[in-house]
Design a protein around this ligand. Structure first.
Ligand code: ADP
Length: 375
């Protein structure tokens, strides 16, 4: 295993700045996930670590060694990609051992390594299967085993689960965590799926338009997002945002006022501020004991219910005039997550509260977080 250090890594394609001056220290043995929307620069960053692309500026170190100009094979890495390219005419054993045999490892060494890898990804008993006789998940495990046998210092995985169905993806998430624990190796992982990032990683690196927006453990990104982008990207369904302004009395907006002492929260009257609150921190007034510190009540109209079995999402409108926007939650729209049996129906007038301790304030201009949890 080895650390991976990016120092000022920048990648420009003609007029696209794919990766913008990225500094990142991935510790020895750490599982770090690059997450962000499509096109934000995740794969390009990974390719710079892998040696598949040369950064325009900046350096990449693996295990303290500058590898910026080294080809992939000299970097001590193994890669697993979304598209699994197994040799169709070879059985599992030959697919997994192919690279080792090419490098002229002894028969005994090859056998031992394949056996160990098969054990980690639970492929025992399948060594003579052909790829066409296997499910997508099994084939992906073969691809991972092929990466394991090289005993790399760093695993690089770019959307390895993207082509699997939802159930298998969830299963593979636990497999990958187990793999990380058993191999005790550094894993750098790319996904646009924040659920994968949240569940597996020691730290997530959230990227927007080539820039690192936050690098922290998953729950820190969830509870204390640095900025509006991370707040909106991490968490599903995402945080409610209400744009407003600070007055001497606190926060005010068209439909929602939250009183507080501006100085105590580090904001100034006149400042444009966006209030953020997650769906699970909005409660029906008759359940206000679920909020550690409930706000005053807000009148809302129930628009749409989404019963999920164990919970229910309730879309609320502030006013009958406010149309639910197809592009996301409109200004007066709030999403609330309640228990499955709550007695609410579309069209009901309801009173709701927010939990003050779970309210986030962001500077609307810069997007930077000001406070997580009101005093
Ligand atoms: P992600 O992996 O987050 O989806 P990428 O790293 O693939 O994003 O791409 C980042 C940006 O760089 C995108 O705008 C993409 O169009 C651009 N890009 C990626 N590869 C190339 C290339 N070979 N030539 C030109 N532009 C590219």
């Amino acid at each position: 295993m080895a650390s991976v250090t990016l120092d000022g890594v920048t990648k420009e394609y003609d007029d696209v700045l794919a990766v913008d001056d990225m500094d990142l220290e991935i510790r020895d043995g750490e599982f770090v996930t690059f997450v962000g929307p499509s096109g934000c620069g995740k794969s390009t960053t990974m390719e710079a670590i892998a040696g598949l692309t040369l950064p325009t500026r900046g350096t990449v170190e693996i295990g303290g060694r500058d590898v910026t100009d080294l080809p992939p094979k000299d970097r001590g890495i193994s890669m697993v990609f979304q598209n699994i390219a197994l040799f169709p005419h070879m059985d599992v054993y030959d697919n997994v051992s192919f690279g080792l045999r090419l490098r002229k490892y002894s028969g005994e060494e090859v056998e031992q390594r394949v056996e160990r890898a098969a054990d980690v990804v639970q492929l025992e008993g399948m060594m003579d299967r052909m790829p066409e006789e296997m499910s997508g998940g099994q084939r992906q495990r073969v691809a991972i085993a092929r990466a394991i046998v090289r005993e790399p210092e760093v695993f690089l995985m770019d959307e390895p689960l993207a082509n699997l169905d939802a159930e298998l993806r969830v299963h593979m998430r636990t497999q990958l965590q187990r793999l990380h624990r058993e191999l005790d190796t550094t894993i750098v992982y790319v996904t646009h799926d924040q659920a994968q990032a949240m569940t597996m990683s020691d730290r997530v690196a959230v990227i927007e338009a080539g820039e690192l927006k936050q690098v922290d453990p998953p729950l820190t990104c969830y509870d204390e997002p640095n900025n509006l982008f991370v707040a909106g990207f991490i968490g599903s369904p995402s945080m409610n945002f209400i744009e407003g302004e600070i007055t001497d009395e606190g926060f005010t907006s068209t439909y929602t006022d939250v009183p507080f002492d501006p100085a105590a929260q580090g904001v100034e009257p006149g400042q444009a501020v966006t209030l953020g609150v997650r769906p699970e921190d909005v409660h029906l007034q008759w359940n206000d004991e679920q909020a550690a510190a409930p706000t005053d009540t807000y009148g809302r109209i129930v628009d749409v219910l989404e019963p999920m079995g164990d919970e229910m999402f309730v879309y609320l409108l502030s006013d009958e005039d406010v149309e639910a926007s197809a592009e996301g939650r409109g200004e007066g729209q709030t999403l609330m997550n309640v228990g499955p049996g709550e007695d609410v129906a579309a069209g009901d007038d309801v009173e709701v509260v927010f939990d003050r301790e779970k309210i986030h304030l962001f500077d609307t201009g810069t997007g930077q977080a000001i406070v997580h949890g009101l005093e």
